[in-house]
Design a protein around this ligand. Structure first.
Ligand SMILES: NC(=O)c1ccc[n+]([C@@H]2O[C@H](COP(=O)([O-])OP(=O)(O)OC[C@H]3O[C@@H](n4cnc5c(N)ncnc54)[C@H](OP(=O)(O)O)[C@@H]3O)[C@@H](O)[C@H]2O)c1
Length: 327
């Protein structure tokens, strides 16, 4: 551990590549820029991987409650190797997130980044850098939805929408581990084969109680919009529905008379408030993710392939997490 010394300074180039956003509603440009200068209370990281998530797209579009001054480097989460830090071991693989990363300060879509020491978490040795960058949000969200929020019980029938997505695929696997019978819904035929076993994959257009073998005890919806509206009708009275995404639409209209009659409890999943609570459980699942016992679907792109990565995420064509692999 050290502040930057002459030996590690030799490893740091003067300039490196970064994706810089100049105007909201456009895509960032790949530019060479000076590597950020070390600063007290901050850790200099050689980025290894960075997520491209729905939150990042909202920020690119200027559609989020907190927005950065431009130009800036997006990227709210990533991983990398510590180059210089007063508190984190040099050479350690770390996950970086929070403290306004990619929001109020430059983020992870760059080969080098300077982050507050508090935004850095050392990962267990041998963790895949891509896994380190992407695992926390989908695993934490899925865990929170299945366990503390929906409280899935053995033998229950659980309906999961967006079941080939990053969160949905983990919900499927964790609900199955909890002893549930799982039905995994996808919007496109091409994704039927991407629903993890042992769930029964079903196309949204063909979903009905008959295909499911009866109504669901629990719905875990990762998609929102019309998908949620339709899936809610398939939950039994006194069943539960955990809602965690709105990619397909932010609004849900309820006819109150029908809502009372249906008697389904709506449960919001909020990882901002649940993150700390589930963190120990998420870390305990890391070995299973590393060994492949639990799978976290993702697509990798080079830094110069950002436009393709964004397009795959925006159109819903991507299977699982989208991640920039920065080597
Ligand atoms: N509440 C929280 O605290 C919290 C935390 C983390 C994530 N989230 C949210 O959870 C959701 C799922 O996350 P994820 O990482 O699993 O997302 P994802 O993999 O990108 O998407 C999940 C599924 O949504 C469907 N989809 C994607 N784009 C669509 C579009 N434009 N129109 C209609 N359907 C579309 C796709 O399923 P099909 O192609 O099969 O339809 C996709 O597999 C996201 O909305 C994310 O923002 C919420």
């Amino acid at each position: 551990m050290s502040t930057i010394d002459s030996a590690s300074q030799a490893l740091v180039p003067e300039e490196s590549r970064a994706l810089v956003l100049e105007e909201f509603g456009t895509l960032p440009r790949l530019v060479e820029r000076p590597v950020p200068a070390p600063r007290t209370g901050h850790t200099l990281v050689r980025t290894r991987a960075a997520t491209v998530a729905h939150l990042d797209l909202n920020i690119l579009d200027g559609q989020f409650g907190i927005l950065p001054e431009r130009p800036f480097v997006p990227g709210t989460q990533g991983s990398g190797t510590v180059l210089a830090s007063a508190v984190h071991p040099e050479g350690a693989l770390v996950r970086v997130r929070g403290e306004g990363l990619g929001l109020t300060r430059d983020g992870a879509w760059a080969e080098h980044l300077l982050v507050p020491d508090n935004a850095v978490e050392v990962m267990p040795e041998g963790t895949d850098p891509v896994l380190a960058a992407i695992y926390f949000s989908p695993v934490g969200t899925a865990f929170a939805a299945v366990h503390p929020i929906a409280r899935v019980q053995p033998g229950e029938r659980v309906l999961v929408t967006g079941a080939s997505g990053a969160v949905g695929a983990l919900v499927v696997q964790l609900a199955a581990r909890a002893g549930a019978e799982v039905i995994g819904v996808v919007g496109r035929p091409a994704k039927l084969g991407q629903v993890p076993a042992p769930a029964k994959p079903v196309l949204a257009a063909e979903l009905c109680a008959e295909v499911m073998g009866g109504p669901a005890d629990v719905l875990i919806d990762t998609v929102g919009g019309a998908v949620l509206r339709d899936a809610l009708t398939l939950v039994r009275p006194r069943g539960r529905a955990a809602l965690l995404g709105y990619t397909a639409g932010r609004e849900l209209t309820l006819d109150l008379a029908d809502f009372f009659l249906a008697d389904v409890t709506l449960l919001p999943v909020n990882m901002i408030s649940r993150g700390k609570e589930v963190a120990p459980d998420v870390v305990r699942l890391l070995p299973d993710l590393a060994s492949g016992e639990l799978s976290l679907p993702h697509e990798r792109y080079g830094i110069e392939e950002l436009p393709e990565a964004v397009a795959r995420l925006r159109t819903g064509a991507a299977v699982g997490r989208v991640v920039l692999d920065l080597g």
